[in-house]
Ligand binder design. Structure first.
Ligand SMILES: [Zn+2]
Length: 307
């Protein structure tokens, strides 16, 4: 894990929220990569950090996100089980290490890395996550991991008989998010602008905002029809209904936290008031409700530095 932290508590928090958002209990050295068919020639791999989208076909293999560094070999093995390769493209939904840390090894093996231009910019320098304390730091990525192609607003890749549309959504989970839509397969990989497993992490100090997250759901809904499969950054494969439910969660959560701020509550008081408890009804949220309150409160009050 390319993360340097002084305290183990901070390390744990950062591991969960920044690097291995997969789950608290998951030990990456033992993580099992599972393949989930999505639609057409698109599949999803779980267990490597963020969800990995895979397109296989006559042109080779394309990955959307590539997980954490330690398990790239297992990702490659999982891909090789249904296609001999090569892995020609590695696209990143954002620059966080649970999504882009496999870039280095894949690029060394010949893959072309593509990401949003702001993601590349963040990858060049040390990242500090004030949401989790001054000790939460991630070093710059090595040169080999950097995207060689960057996207501004949009780009289309013609690959494996499909049109893969890459679209930037501004200031949502971060300021470097891309959504990927496979026109023919009717699949969207939304990255971390969409969690199907409860509350999201919003990287406020990395340019993310709750307002942008909500707006991004409307944008996502505009790209969906009733058959569209939506791969989230974290959680099981979902659809239009799942995106609608997630938007409702964000709006209700934002409103409740904003009310506490309006009534003069401090961050500690707002967290203690448990304003979003019970809003997510799908079981245990991967990101805790307290963390969600903390980052949204920080966003709405301008507490965290913007890039
Ligand atoms: Zn993530």
């Amino acid at each position: 894990m390319r993360i340097h932290l002084k305290s183990s508590a901070a390390a744990l928090t950062t591991m969960i929220l920044v690097a291995a958002a997969a789950s608290l209990a998951q030990n990456l050295s033992k993580a099992e990569i599972k393949t989930v068919p999505v639609a057409g020639n698109v599949s999803m791999l779980t267990g490597a950090g963020g969800n990995i989208g895979v397109s296989v076909g006559e042109d080779g293999v394309l990955l959307i996100d590539d997980g954490c560094l330690q398990i790239v070999d297992r990702v490659k093995t999982a891909v090789a089980a249904f296609h001999p390769g090569p892995i020609r493209f590695a696209l990143n939904t954002n620059w966080h290490t649970d999504h882009a840390n496999g870039n280095e090894l894949l690029a060394r093996a010949g893959a072309v890395v593509i990401a949003h231009e702001n993601s590349r910019r963040h990858m060049l320098s040390e990242q500090i996550y004030p949401e989790f304390g001054a000790d939460a730091k991630v070093p710059p990525y090595p040169k080999e991991a950097l995207p060689v192609i960057t996207v501004g607003d949009a780009l289309t890749l013609h690959f494996n008989g499909d049109e893969i549309r890459m679209v930037h959504v501004a200031n949502a989970h971060s300021d470097g998010d891309l959504i990927f839509r496979f026109d023919k397969a009717n699949v969207i990989h939304a990255g971390d602008i969409f969690f199907s497993s409860g509350f999201p992490f919003i990287h406020v100090s990395g340019g993310g905002t709750i307002a942008g997250m909500i707006k991004a759901q409307d944008f996502l809904l505009g790209m969906c029809d009733e058959r569209t499969k939506v791969v989230p950054g974290h959680g099981p494969v979902s659809d239009r209904g799942g995106v609608r439910a997630f938007k409702d969660l964000l709006v209700a959560g934002r409103d409740r936290i904003a009310n506490l701020i309006k009534s003069g509550k401090s961050l500690e008081e707002a967290i203690a008031a448990k304003p979003v408890e019970g809003l997510y009804k799908g079981g245990k949220s991967m990101i805790s409700s307290d963390t969600f309150v903390k980052v949204v409160y920080g966003d709405l009050t301008g507490k965290y530095r913007k890039p």
